[in-house]
Write a protein that binds this ligand. Structure first.
Ligand SMILES: CCCCCCCCCCCCC/C=C/[C@@H](O)[C@H](COP(=O)(O)O)NC(=O)CCCCC
Ligand code: ADP
Ligand code: CA
Length: 552
């Protein structure tokens, strides 16, 4: 093993929020290479040349601790023998743990140890850095964590315990962890018994369905505590103060992927610790003035609804269930008749087919998300608002509403690549009945550089609200059958009187959960009070703030 280096910092500069270490070349010789020790087990040593200046912003420092250089130090489960010479010449040391950016949006926790001649200097810097960290008010200190042991590859507990909890401990974040015991456990706990005032945020260890369930629980609790009826689509919601974080442990994890750029538990944990901020839209889904659910990623009818309905019975396959059910659903090639009406978003920047990509600090989100009049009524509610509801009737293979790009490992650009996280709109994608070959071409374009909207049977609209009404209304008995997972083939195809070639209804896939109704009304939720940054339901994950703009 190469000779343990020593990093000598004869002068530490703390200017505003920048913490710089100037390595004094005189104290080191070229043959001594300083290395940064990766905290994550199995990490890689990155030698860097001495004599460099290593700047780390205080906002990305996770922790600082004094080192007892006289004894062996324990780091990451392994013991490091401090070089004998350092003990003699430099009796004091402290270690700074900080965020190091790696490849493809990946973040890692790195440690750098500094040696000092004087104990007072060492303690001064440790104290100063700690004071700076304490002053970072955007960072969570107490988190309520829900782990779904059932989602994805059923590794949620292991992921949290091995990759996330050590980082929360390092950052002195206290946690209350609940391993869910059944579906909607997290939602019901958040909605009723959770003592939310004790926490700075909640964390979801799971996939999109689990995250969506927690949004549901948190928003419902806030409305209940404030006497707001969620059942009215026109009701303005009270904003939540708590933030929701997400540690990817599901099957698709598009919410994490689309906000962070990668599905990596360590990267997500580090974003949560530093309290990053990224707003996010939320859609409410109603049926006949009854609130059903919130959606933050995909509302999909037809193909994605059928994929989900089939895959739910194959959870034992883990994430691969989607590939199996996707192929099976593709072969069935069912289409669904109905009427889509929608309120286009006008006066906004950007379109679903421009080449923009929503990133942290997105200008389009900031512009479109603030499109409100002085009295905080949305511009498009005012009488002179131009444009109105549009209506499209037809036979559809898929009706998808993407409130974000829905980028994920299966489709790195997503269902709607130019969709924005917090622009107050959702991209409504209509895929009309077409041949299997053309539908396959459309699907494959989600995994290539080609434009999946540039096909004559596909149209996409950026909307504030939309409704869907199936051509054949659902009876209660059919609803019961649906809820029991049975499908009705009541639609007799006129072309083939002897057969029924498509079921009358599909299911709505709402962030990975099946909705009980086919006829729904969807809108970007509205909140009371001013639209200011603090009026956002935030997420501790990349500071993913659930943006609750006024809807129509
Ligand atoms: C024959 C080649 C077909 C290639 C098609 C690729 C298209 C992939 C589009 C992916 C869209 C993902 C939208 C995300 C939806 C999630 O909210 C939802 C729930 O996620 P989770 O709870 O983490 O599992 N995921 C799905 O509905 C799965 C869709 C998979 C479709 C193949
Ligand atoms: N302990 C549990 N047992 C059964 N189902 C659960 C449990 N905890 C959560 N769920 C349900 O599992 C669904 C899927 O969770 P999710 O984390 O999204 O996994 P996946 O990405 O595999 O769908 C969620 O909608 C949630 O309601
Ligand atoms: Ca959006």
């Amino acid at each position: 093993m190469e000779k343990q280096p020593r990093l000598l910092a004869s002068q530490l500069l703390l200017k505003n929020s920048l913490f710089e270490v100037s390595l004094n070349r005189v104290l080191l010789t070229w043959k001594e290479i300083a290395t940064k020790k990766k905290r994550v087990s199995g990490g890689i040593h990155h030698p860097f040349k001495v004599g460099t200046s290593h700047g780390v912003s205080v906002s990305e420092i996770l922790a600082v601790r004094e080192l007892d250089v006289d004894s062996e130090t324990k780091d990451d489960g392994r013991w490091q023998k401090m070089p004998q010479k350092s003990t003699e010449a430099y009796p004091y040391a402290f270690t700074v743990s900080y965020v190091e950016r790696a490849w493809q949006h990946r973040w890692r926790c790195s440690d750098v140890t500094f040696h000092c001649l004087e104990g007072a200097l060492c303690q001064q810097w440790v104290q100063t850095i700690r004071e700076q960290l304490t002053a970072l008010t955007s960072r969570p200190k107490h988190l309520l964590v829900y782990i779904n042991p059932y989602g994805g590859k059923q590794q949620g507990e292991r992921i949290y315990e091995q990759k996330v909890a050590p980082l929360f401990t390092l950052a002195s974040i206290s946690t209350h962890v609940i391993v869910t015991e059944h579906a909607n456990h997290a939602r019901d706990h958040l909605r009723t018994e959770a003592e939310l005032k004790k926490y700075d945020g909640v964390v979801c260890v799971g996939g999109d369905g689990m995250f969506s369930e927690m949004v549901h629980g948190l928003v419902s609790r806030t409305q209940r505590d404030n006497g707001v009826d969620q059942n009215s689509p026109e009701e303005k919601l009270v904003p939540c103060t708590l933030r929701i974080g997400i540690i990817p442990a599901g099957s698709t994890d598009c919410i994490c992927y689309a906000t962070v750029g990668i599905n990596d538990p360590v990267t997500s944990a580090l974003h949560i610790i530093v309290g990053d901020a990224q707003p996010m839209d939320v859609c409410s889904v109603h049926h006949n003035n009854t609130f059903l659910r919130y959606s933050v990623s995909l509302l999909g009818y037809g193909f994605y609804g059928d994929v989900l309905a089939d895959s739910e019975r194959k959870r034992w396959m883990g994430p691969a269930r989607y590939d199996f059910s996707g192929f099976k659903t593709f072969l069935t090639h069912h289409y669904y008749e109905g009427t889509v009406s929608f309120l286009p978003a006008t006066d906004i920047l950007g379109t679903p087919r421009d080449k923009t990509r929503c990133r942290a600090g997105c200008f389009i989100c900031q512009h479109n998300g603030q499109l409100y009049s002085e009295d905080h009524q949305p511009l498009f509610l005012l009488p002179e608002y131009k444009g109105g509801w549009r209506v499209i009737r037809g036979k559809f293979l898929a009706i998808n509403a993407a409130s974000m790009s829905c980028a994920c490992p299966r489709s790195p650009k997503g269902l709607s690549p130019a969709a924005h996280l917090a622009d107050g709109t959702t991209d409504l994608i209509l895929v009309r009945k077409c041949s299997r070959f053309n539908f396959l071409r459309h699907l494959l374009r989600h995994t290539s550089k080609y434009d999946q909207f540039d096909m004559n049977f596909v149209e996409v609209h950026r909307v504030r609200r939309f409704r869907f009404t199936p051509r054949y209304c659902q009876s209660d008995s059919e609803l019961d059958l649906r809820e029991n997972g049975k499908r009705l083939f009541s639609q007799i195809c006129r072309d083939h009187p002897a057969c029924s070639c498509s079921p009358a209804y599909s299911s709505w896939n709402c962030d990975g959960e099946i909705l009980p109704h086919a006829a729904i009304e969807v809108g970007l939720v509205r909140i009371k009070g001013k639209i200011l940054d603090e009026n956002l339901l935030q997420s501790a994950q990349t500071g993913v703030k659930v943006h609750l703009p006024f809807g129509q």
